[in-house]
Design a protein around this ligand. Structure first.
Ligand code: NAD
Length: 273
């Protein structure tokens, strides 16, 4: 295929995922780093993106004007914060390009605004961009369907590094949604997000969440389905952030020739039924 490399913009370029994206773009075929953006006032604005990511100079200088970067780019890779992502979604729609969103912790209103950008942009959003977690979601849905809520209790346990600001993780919620789909219930009305004190017995059919934070853990997730005398455990361990970066870049390449719309990693990976 002789198509020119896809021109990608990394927003949040100096963050943990931003740096990983810059290194992964350099290592993958079919893509190039077109621009790198940080928030205004960041000490990294004006620095070479490659040097920040530990690659050595690339000639791409980190800027703070996202629209200028988007207008000449083809896709945005966005692992930042909910407020920043809502703003980027509007700009990606103006520029009519691909917007890959990995940011987690969005409210229902923020989610709606990002979805609305899909009228003009090609938005791919997922709480986890790795192949393994998306497969785990499919397996969770199947298991939840096969093991009925009258007899089997679903608990989702996750652990992340101490800097993470949202809980439960986007991945835990993705797995909870998958379990709720399998059970044919609405997650918002059937979840227990925390427990403390005299909580009473576990509500039948509920999907429970438990959150651990500490150290440098990249992401550990387990779905425990507990019945009388047995527990089925499905789990995923992230050993390296590059699994998310490779997924995000594959999503951008997949969306390059798609119609405007709001897509998930299940669409990208062909895991939809
Ligand atoms: P981080 O704090 O290390 O990086 C975020 C970066 O975004 C920072 O450098 C910050 O300065 C920058 N930023 C914030 N507002 C900005 C703005 N308006 N313009 C430009 N840059 C801005 O965080 P992280 O660990 O890289 O995670 C970022 C997000 O990605 C979190 O929501 C996290 O949960 C999520 N995440 C998702 C996946 C996935 O697969 N979906 C994987 C890992 C992390």
């Amino acid at each position: 295929m002789s198509e020119a490399p896809m021109k990608l913009v990394v927003v949040g370029a100096a963050g943990r995922m931003g740096q990983t994206l810059i290194r992964t773009i350099a290592a993958m075929d079919g893509v190039m780093l077109h621009a790198a953006v940080e928030r205004s006032g960041s000490p990294f604005v004006g620095k070479d993106a490659g040097e920040i990511a530990g690659l050595g100079p690339t000639g791409v200088i980190i800027g703070d004007d996202p629209l200028a970067a988007f207008l000449h780019g083809e896709g945005v890779l966005d692992f930042t914060s909910p407020a920043a992502t809502v703003n980027f979604a509007g700009l990606a729609a103006q520029a009519r390009i691909v917007h890959v969103v990995g940011t987690t912790g969005c409210s229902v209103e923020e989610e709606e605004k990002i979805k609305a950008a899909g009228r003009h942009a090609r938005v791919v959003k997922s709480g986890n961009m790795s192949l393994g977690v998306n497969l785990l979601g499919v397996l969770t849905e199947q298991a939840a369907r096969a093991l009925p809520g009258n007899d089997w209790d679903i608990e989702i346990l996750e652990m992340h590094h101490k800097h993470k600001v949202d809980a439960p993780s986007g991945t835990a919620l993705l797995l909870g949604e998958a379990a709720a789909r399998g059970r044919g219930i609405d997650l918002a009305n059937h979840s227990v997000r925390s427990r403390d004190g005299h909580t009473g017995a576990r509500p039948k059919g509920a999907i429970g969440f438990a959150t651990l934070r500490g150290g440098s853990v990249i992401g550990e997730h387990s779905v425990l389905i507990a019945g009388e005398g047995e527990i089925v455990t499905l789990s995923h361990s992230a050993g390296d952030r590059s699994i998310f970066a490779r997924g995000a870049i594959s999503a951008a390449l997949w969306a390059r020739d798609k119609k405007p719309g709001f897509y998930s990693m299940l669409d990208v990976l062909g895991l939809t039924r």
